[in-house]
Design a protein around this ligand. Sequence first.
Ligand code: LLP
Length: 439
Amino acid sequence: MNNQGNPNLIHSRLPETEISKVFSNALNNYNRISSEDKAAIFYDLAFIERKIAGLKQIFPGATLHAVAIKANTLARVLEKMRAMGTGAEVASLPELFMAQEAGFAPGNIVFDSPCKTKAEIEYALKSGVYINADSFDELDRIAAIRETVKSESGIGLRINPQVGAGSINSTSVAGEFSKFGIPLNDNKERIISYFRNYEWLKGMHVHIGSQGCPVQLLVSGVGRVLDLALELNKLLENASKSNRVEVFDIGGGLPVLYHPGQETVSMEGYAAMLKEKCGELFTNRFRIFTEFGRYIHANAGWVASRVEYVKREKDYNIIMTHAGADLFLRKCYNPADWYHQISVVDKHGNAKTGTDKIKYTVAGPLCFAGDILARDIELPPVNEGDYLLIHDAGAYTLSMWSRYNSRQMPKVIGYYSGDDDFEVLKERERPEDLVEFWS
Ligand code: LLP
């Protein structure tokens, strides 16, 4: 990682030279890539550790960093994050099981989902995990189920501050309309009455979006909900019961870098802006929860995908490779919104850096025309047996894996940059595993 210029703007992508060196090492010195590994996913675990250590330094000590496990759901990675003292944000019952299996304490698990069933709520309440309700109806369900079970669960309410959308529609959730949370504009009084009624309701939750949301938008969304929490606490000051907002969950959403040379606001910069505009968050009045996912994982992971063929025609060249829309769902279906840098190494893992470049379209292996990773990009001459290295692929890639065409999920390899060792975080799926999956 190198800091340049403005200290609030950091470049935190793994350099191309480092990635190709690690790949060559895995290929040549450690035999980690066999001919059956048509593609492999790599995670720099030291990078993830640095991100988590940084987060813990930047926010107050009592903050719960509930990492959004939907960004990277690998059990081995969850165990490592738990050992580093994070919590886990989960968005479904199986994700909740994953977090429990990885050993997260119930109070460090935050259960978000806009569609929790009664049975799921009951399970969560009995387990003592923290629950963010997404609607008034869900709060009423929680109230009814709480009467029937013993529970230590903290409960919060997700509020949509309606501060606007970012540049990517499908990941923006704080516009006028959103399927998530309670829209603030028309519901302020009702929200207040729920906090008055339910003594156990002690948290407010806000999440603005994921990638494409400028940091100013995140801050203004947090600010709107914080104003409400402060107003509410003032109103409830003299209430006989102990109703008040104690937990403030700011969600995730800090954008990360995908393009070489681009800049974005660092976590330090984001926290400084929050301190300036939402200073009360950093006093003892609230316990902060965060739910970052992409920030922790996106730049830590990359994919090596073998070039199976190069189709050379008069007007175009197509690279046929093994990672496609199965792994890069968003990139292939929404190419205008997403980008991944691609570099090339030869079959021995040596970086191809020639200046004579050729235009290629990079196509995945799936049976549909939209399975295209990149169109008309310039690369050094590519040959059968080379590997494409696809950068910044650590978040919302494997966790969004598509079963279409029953491709085998690739092997996932972890390493600590600087150390010369590798560990298999997940084995490559076998064809038989797919036969079993569909049976
Ligand atoms: N908290 C909640 C309630 C969320 O819904 C999310 C992401 C996060 C936290 C984590 O946000 P992050 O820090 O990772 O930006 N590429 C995917 C992104 C979906 C994000 C969903 N929610 C997609 O295109 O569906």
